[in-house]
Design a protein around this ligand. Sequence first.
Ligand SMILES: Cc1cc2nc3c(=O)[nH]c(=O)nc-3n(C[C@H](O)[C@H](O)[C@H](O)COP(=O)(O)OP(=O)(O)OC[C@H]3O[C@@H](n4cnc5c(N)ncnc54)[C@H](O)[C@@H]3O)c2cc1C
Length: 398
Amino acid sequence: MTQALVIGAGPAGLMAASELAQAGLAVTIAEAKPSPARKFLMAGKSGLNLTKAEPLDQFLDQIQGPEQLREIVASFGPDAVQNWARGLGQEVFTGSSGRVFPKAMKASPLLRALLAGLDRLGVQMRRGWQWTAIDGRNMVFATPKGNQVLRPDVTVLALGGGSWARLGSDGKWVSILAENGVYCAPFKPSNMGFVVAWSSHMQRHFGAPVKSVRLHAGNVSVNGEFVVSSQGIEGSAIYAVSQEMRDGALLTIDLIPDRSEADVAARLAKLRGKTSLTNHLRKTLKLNPTKIALLQEFARPLPADPNALAKVIKALPIHHQGPRPIDEAISTAGGLPFDALDAGLMIKELPGVFAAGEMLDWDAPTGGYLLTTCLATGRHAGRAAARWAQSQVADARK
Ligand SMILES: Cc1cc2nc3c(=O)[nH]c(=O)nc-3n(C[C@H](O)[C@H](O)[C@H](O)COP(=O)(O)OP(=O)(O)OC[C@H]3O[C@@H](n4cnc5c(N)ncnc54)[C@H](O)[C@@H]3O)c2cc1C
């Protein structure tokens, strides 16, 4: 049988393995960690957001990458991902924001079903096998039993990005590819929190959610919520504007998105009497203590003029000290550029070696776009790798 090797047992690698095995190849997965898909399992801890139920064009517009990537995701988009999960026995539901989750919320039932399916297809899993080098046609691994070598007919790399190294995606594969003449774009954090050097006044708000706000940075505006942490600001709305902030755009927050600036100013202009400004803000605008604290933190001294104060409340500028360390980011941009790949995601410099998932150079917000793109590229690379290996065998027989 034609031997296929998949390196990396995250969602992209498992998807590729499934395609290769269904095409009739003998598949081995090599995974550096003692167990597969650790980041996928971590993703499920806060509710596994598999995809987003929205029109395909809208979905594709959220994924930053070349036309080739759009086409790959279009062939395994939000509907296909939901059907795939159902096919693995996991019913899904769509939340109010259109985000799609498995009913179980976590990743483990889906992963168990996926691994059981691979097992039925005869896929072998080598755990604790860290890919360290390419030696001609051989793939070299550091394993608990010393160095091991595999000589596959075709390989799919699905090694992940450069964050959460403890879960396996340590980005060390970049140097293996460089040793073989394949160069990557530097990793950049994506979907991450930002450091804020808080004054002592903010301490009692650490851990507090800031709900019903509108965030604006660069070309992106989003309604949502975030969290004030001892380190800075994080959470879904921050992640949604994080790429723009990373690239230098100023973050402003509308603390009352459902009231116009004129309405806010008119309310603030009401007779204040002896009431403190904090109480006036609370009474006239129903601002909660954390929102008032943020206002004081970033705009002190607050303007006395209602119009000027309304302007600040509707667009509070947030000064930060840059992104949190890359290892804490939900995902990373950078990695293997698409111009190093052919239409089937084969590395042009390394015939017979394909690549998929977050290790490729694309970017997307949270909201299910990340997993959908990893699954779609894993499926595409797996199918193309199977076709390539089968055509090589057919050529050899001629
Ligand atoms: C906290 C958190 C929450 C998230 N939540 C969501 C979410 O709800 N929805 C969403 O769409 N996305 C989410 N993500 C992102 C998503 O989990 C990743 O984008 C996705 O797992 C990437 O899949 P992958 O298969 O490309 O890589 P990975 O899942 O990173 O898998 C790569 C695998 O390769 C292995 N590997 C690496 N190097 C080697 C080597 N040299 N030799 C052998 N094996 C190696 C690693 O051990 C790992 O198992 C979340 C991420 C985090 C951290």
